[in-house]
Structure formats: C-alpha cells, structure tokens
Design a protein. Structure first.
Length: 94
C-alpha cells in the first residue's frame, strides 16, 4: 500500500541551504524581501557562501535557488490551483 501526500505551493515557502563543510543550515524564506545589505535592503539575494565558515556554496546553488524562488512567486499567485503530490510506502500497521 502507498501513502499519498499533497502539498500546496504555499507550504513550500521555505528552502534550506546546507553547508557541506560545517553542517550549517541556512533557511531562506521565499516570501521575505531582502538583499545583500541585510533584511532592509530591497530584493532577494541567495547567499553565495556559508555565513558561519565562509566557504562558498557550489556555484550552481545560487542560480538554482533564485530560479526556484521566481517559480515559487509565480505559482503562489495562483493559490491552490497548483499543488505537488508525492507517494511513499505506507508505514506498517502495528
């Protein structure tokens, strides 16, 4: 038996970046407006490096996260018209 999960785009508001060097996890809020100058700066900027150890993220990460945020913003305007489905094996019953 399989278990199905349906997720609204609004439930995907947060994304996390993981630093492979120091295990720091940075959570990005796709609804927030912030830039390189901090939370009050206009625009959204994906970090290019880990804020803890300053090691750079893979060079593909910032562009991919920026593209994901643009897609999130476009889909979020549609409300519940778009959702994501996932399937996994159902947990065994006791």
């Amino acid at each position: 038996m399989r278990e199905r999960l349906t997720v609204s785009i609004s439930d995907l508001r947060f994304a996390a970046l993981h630093c492979a060097h120091c295990n720091t996890r940075v959570t990005l809020d796709f609804e927030a407006e912030f830039g390189q100058g901090g939370m009050r700066a206009p625009g959204f900027a994906t970090p290019r490096e880990c804020p803890r150890c300053a090691n750079p993220y893979d060079s593909a990460v910032p562009g991919a996260v920026d593209a994901l945020r643009r897609a999130y913003k476009a889909l979020a305007e549609l409300g519940d018209a778009v959702s994501f489905d996932s399937e996994r094996p159902a947990p065994p019953k006791p």
